[in-house]
Design a protein around this ligand. Structure first.
Ligand code: PLP
Length: 478
């Protein structure tokens, strides 16, 4: 409001905007009298909001308290209280002879967010969020809350609650073939926090070079790079990471990889490569970081056990419930060899102090009672059907597109024929609301002539959306 009715009145750091008591009254409306005695504080709140949202820009000269009191029909003391409050907080400044004005350093808050952003569709890595087991989670959460001890409401163990660590150890042994002592399980806020902790500890111990699969998740790669790690790219072929292509292994601190379902190609790391990698890691003191991000979902065969089960002394296993339950829970695990444990825990104390005991205990209950297994089984059936549907429709509408990778996880890689430009198809899909990832984004160095590809998340795609996506894709391919 003051923006449109500015008047230049003088000399205080250039022109001063003056605001009248009537304008304030127009902007704020009637001062509700409920809760007598607090009118000054309420007026202060309204003025503060007006300043924050830019309604009273920096430098605006406030009207005298007497005229504001008259305009609002309140006593002058009410306005003086409000002004004093905002003067004390720094929203207003008073200078002798210059009146009271809005402080220059107050930044207007961002405009209100635009409502109703459509949910991302076909984004790789997202489970079907509509399938979140609300009732089961609520029951598990209620159980956690009602059975927690008073001490559980404190900061607790920085590795996470002992009950969850114990349940995770049982679960990961049973489903992933991991070798685990609950003492060495650390609960983290998702794989992302686990990676951040590892990057920090690696950097602090001189392991500044970390090899990463190429292509890979750009997010994981960027996270490492932003924490001072030099990311070294290693190509991936039909057997997973090409161990022979790792140059100067003596300089490497760690290798980050996705053995169960390479992201984004979907390849399973072959047994021969597993052994070659372990051999190299042992020979050169390289830490293996296994991102087991979607290990729970296999459709055509039994799950392949984790790499950590083969070499628990040099492998860190990372996983989370982001793909099985929901990313919003921010619950994951990091299972590290004993030698790394102390530094990781020390780092976590610095960054997070402790975990979220209520969520941790709810997940522990869900694991213990079998609710987690039931949910994973239900989602596995749903995702298997969706994947089959997508593969069939692609085969019919675009037979030139090659579906790469194992039948597992929440996404597939659709390789485009050489003459089709990835960017053209991507733009068309995105224009139609499909948030598909381009393979180019996942690559560090694109080999000349490498075919384009689309990383399509199908887990949250209903059958009609799958049909539409394929139709947009085949039209864009021409
Ligand atoms: C390769 C990869 N690893 C891990 C994750 C999961 O991260 P978080 O557990 O932090 O949600 C993702 C998420 O999309 C991913 O793409």
């Amino acid at each position: 409001m003051a923006r449109n009715k500015n008047q230049s009145v003088g000399h205080f750091h250039g022109p001063i905007r003056r605001c009248s008591a009537e304008e304030l009254h127009d902007a704020l409306g009637r001062l509700e009298r409920a809760g007598a005695g607090r009118l000054g504080i309420r007026l202060a709140g309204l003025l503060r909001e007006l300043i924050r949202t830019g309604g009273l820009p920096a430098g605006t000269l406030m009207p005298p308290s007497r005229s504001v009191a008259e305009a609002f029909g309140v006593s002058r003391g009410v306005v003086v209280t409000a002004y004093e409050q905002l003067l004390a907080e720094g929203f207003l400044l008073a200078r002798q002879g210059s009146g009271t004005r809005v402080a220059d350093s107050v930044t207007a808050a961002d405009p209100a967010p635009t409502p109703s952003v459509p949910p991302p569709v076909a984004r790789p890595g997202l489970p079907d969020l509509g399938g979140f087991p609300r009732t089961r989670w609520l029951a598990a959460y209620r159980h956690a809350l009602m059975t927690m001890s008073s001490a559980d409401f404190g900061y607790g163990d920085p590795r996470g609650h002992q009950q969850l660590r114990a349940e995770l150890a049982v679960y990961l042994r049973r489903t992933r073939g991991a070798v685990i002592d609950p003492e060495y399980v650390m609960v983290v806020n998702g794989v992302a926090e686990g990676l951040a902790l590892l990057a920090d500890v690696a950097a602090a111990t001189g392991r500044r070079h970390i090899a990463v699969e190429d292509p890979a998740s750009p997010g994981a790669r960027d996270l490492m790079a932003r924490r001072g790690i030099t990311v070294v790219s290693v190509p991936v072929d039909g057997e997973g990471i090409v161990v022979d292509a790792i140059r100067e292994p003596g300089r490497l601190g760690a290798v980050l990889l996705t053995p169960a379902h390479q992201y984004p190609t979907g390849v399973i790391l072959s047994a021969a490569r597993r052994h070659a990698l372990i051999e190299l890691a042992r020979a050169h003191d390289v830490m293996l970081i296994e991102d087991d991000y979607d290990g729970a979902f296999r459709y055509a065969r039994d799950p392949v056990g984790c790499l950590q089960g083969l070499a628990p002394d040099i492998t860190v296993l990372l996983g989370s419930v982001s793909k099985t339950l929901a990313p919003a829970l921010r619950l994951g695990w990091l299972v590290a060899p004993r030698a790394w444990q102390e530094q990781l825990v020390a780092r976590r104390v610095v960054t997070s102090l402790a975990g979220q005991a209520m969520d941790e205990l709810a997940l522990a209950h869900l694991l213990l009672t079998g609710g987690y297994d039931i949910h994973v089984r239900q989602m596995r059936r749903r995702y298997r059907t969706r994947r089959m549907h997508l593969v069939e429709e692609l085969g019919t509408a675009s037979p030139d597109v090659v579906v790469r990778g194992d039948a597992s996880g929440l996404h597939l890689l659709a390789e485009l024929p050489p003459q089709v430009r990835e960017q053209t198809v991507l733009s068309s899909l995105r224009l139609n609301g499909f948030d598909v990832q381009g393979l180019a984004e996942c690559r560090m160095g694109s080999p000349p002539g490498a075919p384009g590809g689309l990383v399509i998340g199908y887990a949250a795609l209903a059958p009609a959306s799958i049909t539409r996506l394929v139709s947009v894709l085949s039209q864009a391919m021409g």
